[in-house]
Design a protein around this ligand. Structure first.
Ligand code: UD1
Length: 340
């Protein structure tokens, strides 16, 4: 078998980075993970090692730091980069917009400069369905226009995609894939890696599992008067292991794709309401969950779910795991954290 590619994962100690590292290592790829631990710690790296039975090749550092990246690139001959490293809290981005613009855009531009310097010509970027805002047509496909972003976080994802497209136009050998994630949930079925929010979780499923575990008093379902069947928001919840596998497919595709920039929606194609998810969690885990329905959260989008058919057609990827599995895995991970 020909030797597999060597891949740099920025943000490799984070939730999606660590799950992708596991899939790549299990497929025989050589990987180097970098992270500055600003929103993570060593927990998931230890988990990656336990699952794969190999110590991940890890270097601590900041992706905005040109000299740091130059050093990593001079010590490794990378074939491709997967760029996860970014801040992702919508609320925090509203409070600290400059921190978000500086970090998320600075890491992107620095990385692209260093990639050019070392003639590394393939990049896969962690984008988000947030780029669409509230789409006019759902399920939303990749041709939908970008509406004005609801938050600085969303704006950084839109701008990062623009930076990528412009750089691809200018640099005739660069190829880029932007993966627009819908709502990743769940954990590796081993319960050795999962979502590890710092402080009070902003995202729904970690808040649910922490409330069920007794770490939070009550979950509030934000909004009961949306134009949906039960009045709560509608989202497309995708199991993180399915999401991780899409990165492997994108890596297989990128060198062969005729266009040098492509964006793909990564979702299940099904809209599930927040209340529906909460009830499903109680049903599949059989745990008690204290929740109430409260007012809307500012900046939330009413409903968004993916048309994932382009990823199926061009990447040969589709989701296999269910919402039930995602919720059970998230709960198993939460219980495991409590045991440690
Ligand atoms: C947002 C972004 C997404 C981004 C993610 C990262 C949009 C459309 N989506 O997702 O791109 O990757 O943040 O953090 O901008 N909810 C509750 N109670 C809670 C927490 C959440 O009811 O305690 C509800 C929210 O109101 C929302 C749904 O659950 O309707 C999902 O929320 P969340 O997990 O924060 O993700 P998004 O806001 O959809």
């Amino acid at each position: 078998m020909a030797s597999k590619k060597k891949i740099l994962l920025t943000g490799g100690a984070g939730y999606i980075g660590a799950h992708t590292a596991v899939e790549l290592i299990e497929q025989g790829y050589e990987t180097v993970l970098i992270d500055d631990f600003s929103k993570s710690d060593k927990t998931l790296l230890t988990g990656v090692e336990k699952i794969t039975k190999r110590k991940p090749n890890f270097v601590e550092g900041d992706c905005k730091d040109f000299q740091f990246l130059e050093k990593v690139f001079s010590q490794n001959k990378f074939d491709s980069v997967i760029h996860f490293a970014a801040y992702k809290s919508v609320n925090e981005s509203v409070e600290k917009p400059l921190m978000y613009y500086e970090n998320n855009l600075g890491s992107m531009t620095t990385l692209l400069k260093v990639m050019e310097q070392f003639a590394v010509n393939e990049i896969i970027f962690s984008s988000s369905c947030t780029v669409y805002g509230q789409p006019d047509i759902i399920p939303v496909d990749e041709t939908a226009p970008f509406k004005r972003a609801e938050s600085p976080y969303g704006a950084t994802k839109q701008m990062s995609e623009r930076i990528l497209e412009d750089t691809v136009l200018a640099n005739k050998i660069l190829k880029a894939i932007s993966l627009r994630y819908f709502n990743p949930i769940g954990a590796h079925p081993s319960a050795l890696i999962g979502e590890l929010p710092i402080g009070i979780p902003g995202n729904l499923v970690p808040y649910v599992t922490q409330t069920a575990a007794g770490l939070r008093k009550k979950l509030t379902v934000f909004g009961s008067d949306y134009n949906t069947l039960d009045g709560s928001c509608l989202r497309d919840f995708i199991h993180v292991v399915d999401l991780a596998k899409a990165h492997v497919k994108a890596l297989e595709k990128i060198s062969k794709m005729p266009n040098r920039f492509e964006a793909f929606n990564l979702g299940t194609g099904e809209g599930v309401s927040v209340l529906g998810l909460v009830k499903k969690f109680i049903e599949v885990t059989e745990v008690e969950l204290n929740y109430e329905v409260g007012p809307r959260r500012p900046g939330d989008i009413e409903k968004v779910y993916a048309d994932p058919s382009k990823a199926k057609r061009l990447l040969g990827w589709e989701t296999k795991l269910t919402l039930e599995e995602g919720l059970k895995d998230a709960w198993r991970w939460q219980e495991k954290l409590a045991d440690d």
